[in-house]
Ligand binder design. Structure first.
Ligand SMILES: C[S@@+](CC[C@H](N)C(=O)[O-])C[C@H]1O[C@@H](n2cnc3c(N)ncnc32)[C@H](O)[C@@H]1O
Length: 284
């Protein structure tokens, strides 16, 4: 049977590179980047951006940041550059900081224009002077960062007094699947969590902001629910492949997991959810 488009991207983005012993599932780390397929990563990001929960948090972030024409806005870990383009459209000086050369090239291809810039950099060493940024966002990036507290201190350094910031991230402990054997599922979720440098980033966002001396102004959360069709593809199949490859589960356990959720989906009874958190703050 031919793979579905989603299975194809999962394979292209994660499985194939994993076979080359490079990138891991869910990983956008610098180490993986050198070998990864930027078009594949961009495809994954595009899929994620269509999720209603992701769109809800992006809209909430834009509201909290309340960007004003002429301000300088930075998106840390800007991926394919959509949020940088949105800042530029509002008349801001918009800069995306992105360590992946492939994703920077894709962003430039998608969003040519003099108001936008995509620069090389990492969250914990931002290429900006102290107190020089009015608005800063960082979405689903800190989970890939070894020292998220240090990275948020760095973001606070570059924000000007009165500058606004929003952090968005997943907490991989919130990954739920039904129906599934509890022991097999626990091992699969552990395998997913072990892929992230900071898998519980979502619950730590307030801690990072307060620790950096910033004043919290708001918080929210959104849960992404997979459609029934995704029982046979998407993240569920990716989890299974990854858990098998890492040795967390056997091939037979993977097969039983896939069969059970596929049967459940045929009855309309499949559930896969993941919660993301967003926190806003201001520099006094
Ligand atoms: C899941 S993607 C999110 C991209 C984008 N923020 C979005 O919402 O679509 C994670 C991004 O973080 C970038 N990244 C990984 N490690 C980083 C680091 N240490 N500093 C900044 N960006 C990083 C990756 O290259 C990737 O573009």
């Amino acid at each position: 049977m031919n793979p579905s488009p989603t299975e194809a991207w999962a394979h292209r983005c994660f499985v194939v590179p994993m076979e080359r012993a490079t990138i891991q599932v869910g990983s956008f780390t610098r180490a993986g980047e050198a070998h990864s397929d930027a078009a594949g990563l961009a495809f994954v990001l595009d899929q994620m951006a269509q999720r209603p929960a992701v769109q809800t948090l992006k809209a909430w972030a834009a509201e909290q940041l309340a960007p004003i024409t002429g301000e300088t806005a930075v998106d840390v870990g800007s991926g394919t550059g959509e949020e940088v383009a949105a800042f530029a459209e509002l008349g801001l000086r918009a800069i995306g900081v992105e360590p992946s050369a492939g994703l920077r090239a894709e962003a430039v291809r998608r969003w040519p224009g003099s108001r936008l810039q995509f620069v090389d950099g990492v969250a914990d060493r931002l290429p900006f002077a102290d107190d020089s940024v009015d608005v800063l966002r960082c979405e689903r990036v800190l989970q890939h960062v070894e020292d998220p507290a240090g990275a948020v201190r760095e973001m606070a350094r570059v924000l000007r007094p009165g500058g606004r910031i929003v952090l968005i991230d997943t907490d991989w402990q919130t990954l739920l699947v039904h129906p599934a054997d509890p022991d097999v599922l626990r091992r699969m979720v552990d395998a997913v969590r072990s892929q992230s440098a900071t898998p519980h980033s979502g619950r730590q966002l307030r801690e990072q902001l307060v620790g950096a001396g910033l004043e919290i102004t708001g918080e929210t959360a959104a849960t992404s629910l997979d459609p029934q069709a995704d029982a046979r593809q998407g993240f569920a199949s990716l989890m299974r492949v990854q858990a098998q490859q890492s040795g967390a589960i056997t091939a037979a356990e993977g097969e039983a997991f896939a069969t059970r959720i596929a049967e459940a989906a045929d009855r309309g009874a499949f559930h896969l959810s993941l919660t993301m958190y967003a926190v806003s703050a201001v520099k006094a």
